[in-house]
Design a protein around this ligand. Structure first.
Ligand SMILES: *Cc1c(COP(=O)(O)O)cnc(C)c1O
Length: 389
């Protein structure tokens, strides 16, 4: 059987949680949504949480709340899943990129500073930036926030990889150095609800807007009605106040989310142990291994190595194929977003963001997931040793 690069961990407690909701009568828009939101904000240490149908929906809502629109620009990293950039295009805004730091593979803060200074001179500052905690390792959020906040640039942290990790002494999702932080609950991420996501924030007004936009831009709260005529303060009355979406998560999914969140610290512990073992087992191979900076504790969403062309003649493609042939489901994260045909049509080209391109040339994500067995770990490590012999 193929060893996947990542997969969910579902146990009896998760199954029981979902069955309980199935028997309860409320399969969507019942009490589990609030329970999951409360559990998330308590875990992350932020003020407000809204759960939505996907991480992509969360990014879209974050961009809407940042008031991104036609004529505005959003900056992000090219080393991410396409959704981190597409969210700006959904709002008719433009996208630009800041290249990565080859060590962390996250958006390079020094390059951000330089690009901001140039944009400021031309009066073309971005309205928002989406920074991505690549592989589960936090960006240096304090520095990023210090550069963006004084210039009124909305900081959106895409923490799809990083739930369960730390920045400084705070949990990922605390929103201490972001205006909005988004999460994804896709099966390969830290916890899963099948599909799902969340928008976290410490700003009351931003939270209210996210809640409203999640469900058609509608409110039923009598205190929030625009038309305050007494006959409208009835339980059947609702007002559409904004153009929203149906980005709701179901009670079935939220019950799974609550159950998974209880298991999250255990998941991260297992990921950390696997990462530690990879570090020591792969230390003498011609690979550049991921490193943790002093300000972060990674959630180890992926274990991304780079084939070191100075130390081996083997190409990434050869290593990839050899592992695949040995039944090991390796992957590559990420094809730089600006090289996608859709983005090429917007004017981006090879050479625009060379650190991300160079990283991509040699990158390989090794299997890492909570239920990975000792045997599976041995299979992967031994196969790598054999390939480079
Ligand atoms: C998974 C992911 C998303 C999107 O999440 P979905 O829940 O699949 O929509 C966004 N950004 C990054 C970096 C991701 O890895």
């Amino acid at each position: 059987m193929l060893i996947p690069y990542s997969t969910q961990s579902i146990d009896e407690s998760d199954i029981h949680a979902v069955i309980t909701v199935l028997r309860s009568g409320w399969i969507t828009q019942g009490p589990c949504i609030g329970h999951f939101e409360t559990a998330l904000r308590e875990y992350c240490g932020c003020q407000y949480a809204t759960v939505v149908s996907s991480g992509t929906a969360a990014l879209h809502l974050a961009c809407r709340v940042a008031n991104l629109g036609s004529g505005d620009v959003l900056w992000t990293t090219p080393n991410t899943f396409i959704a981190s950039a597409n969210c700006a295009l959904y709002c008719a805004a433009q996208v630009d990129f800041v290249d990565i730091d080859p060590v962390t593979r996250n958006l390079d803060v020094a390059l951000l500073e330089k690009k901001l200074a140039e944009a400021e001179k031309k009066r073309q500052l971005p309205k928002a930036v989406v920074v991505v905690d690549f592989a589960g390792h936090s960006c240096d959020m304090e520095k990023i926030y210090a550069l963006c906040h004084p210039r009124n640039i909305v900081v959106i942290e895409d923490a799809s990889h990083a739930l369960g990790g730390f920045y400084q002494d705070g949990k990922i999702g605390s929103c201490r150095f972001s205006d909005l932080t988004i999460l994804s609950f896709h099966p390969v991420k830290s916890i899963t609800t099948g599909e799902g996501g969340a928008v976290l924030t410490n700003h009351r007004e931003k939270h209210d807007r996210v809640q409203k936009l999640r469900s058609h831009g509608v409110t039923r709260d009598p205190a929030k009605l625009i038309d305050q005529r007494p006959e409208h303060c009835r339980s059947w009355y609702y007002e559409q106040q904004d153009l929203g979406f149906n980005y709701r998560l179901t009670d079935l999914q939220c019950a799974l989310g609550v159950s998974q969140l209880k298991r999250l610290d255990g998941f991260i512990e297992k990921r950390r142990n696997l990462a530690r073992r990879y570090h020591s087992r792969l230390a003498n191979l011609p690979l550049k291994l991921p490193v943790e900076q002093s300000y972060a504790q990674s959630a180890w969403h992926i274990y991304a190595v780079e084939i070191d062309p100075k130390k081996t003649l083997l190409k990434r493609e050869q290593v990839y194929s050899a592992l695949k042939n040995a039944g090991i489901g390796v992957n590559v994260h990420y094809i730089p977003v600006h090289l996608q045909p859709y983005y090429a049509r917007l004017g981006f080209k090879k050479g625009d963001f060379q650190n991300a391109e160079r990283y991509y040339e040699n990158a390989l994500s090794l299997p890492i997931f909570p239920d990975m067995t000792k045997e599976q770990f041995e299979t992967v490590s031994t196969a790598l040793g054999t390939i480079f012999k």
